[in-house]
Design a protein around this ligand. Sequence first.
Ligand code: 8OZ
Length: 364
Amino acid sequence: MIEKLFTPLTIGTLTLPNRIVMAPLTRNRATPDGDVPNALNAEYYAQRATAGLIITEATQISPEGKGYIQTPGLYSPEQVAGWQKVTDAVHAAGGRIFAQLWHVGRVSHTSLQPNGQAPVAPSAITAATQVFTATGFADTSPPRALETSEVKRVVEDYRKAAENAKAAGFDGIELHAANGYLIDQFLRDSTNKRTDEYGGSIENRTRLLGEVLAVLTSVFPASRVGVRFSPFSNFGDISDSDPMATFAAAITKASDAGLGYLHMVEGQTGGTRELPPNADIGKLRKLFKGVYMANNGYDRDLAIRAVETGAADLIAFGSRYIANPDLVERLARNAPLNVPDKATFYGGGAEGYVDYPFLDAKAA
Ligand code: 8OZ
């Protein structure tokens, strides 16, 4: 019997040959001058083209959206040309790839910002977390609150990045609305203390999300747009007084926008799958009429079971995809997995990036 995890799934006009997704993974290996994707990045993604779907590492929509060194952007002609090499390589290898659009908001450092300016955020509240800069880990810098009139400019930056994603040959886009970055900062009430139409009520806190989804779905068909949330994660020093209510509203907006899939980090980002007592992922998932992509700590058994029972349609694997370019084949054959090396996750070159072995020694 072939398990459902290894069977195709169609989202709109896009057919995925299996339900195994390469999760978005920050690797800090873009070319530093201009944060441009390069040939090594293309090789890395092409090695993983047997995934049902690849979601790129988080990619800043604007210079201000950057919060770590050597993360790629999608706002300059050079970056579009660099991404075109990546999408061409993935397509030539038979794969499908979505760009993850990112604005870090307050999770940044003045040394990473244009003209050394303060990072922007819904409210001027500093994140108790660290980012990596040219000189190593650093505490995040105090942000300034965006003016109401500036929010429209941020929405336009998302539109331009979506247009650039299309020009670069991506099959679709995912909005990064998780892990304590800008959209998440607007959604949750620990970081959003605004008194304008973007703060206060849940309707107001989900307004930016709705406006961004509207522009993204004006550039790509809605079925080619996904969104990622992490409702119960505190990654990035963030929380909400009522995550079930906040994310019920956010997910309903995503569903009403007709998005292709909902991608959820279940539990703590990169950590435990444990949820707070009143959290109910199943209940949130039912509010979304499209495909449900689950992430966080899935192994082979958990993934097979989740798809078999209908708890999830797709499973996104993170660290397992770092270490196993042929993860689909390894899971299908129930073969042993390579172990990821944490020391080479962030930054560096080919080592720990394109040199993990395939099961069958083939030219990587
Ligand atoms: C790890 C290190 C830096 C960034 C996320 C984009 O968590 C990230 C990220 C993860 O979404």
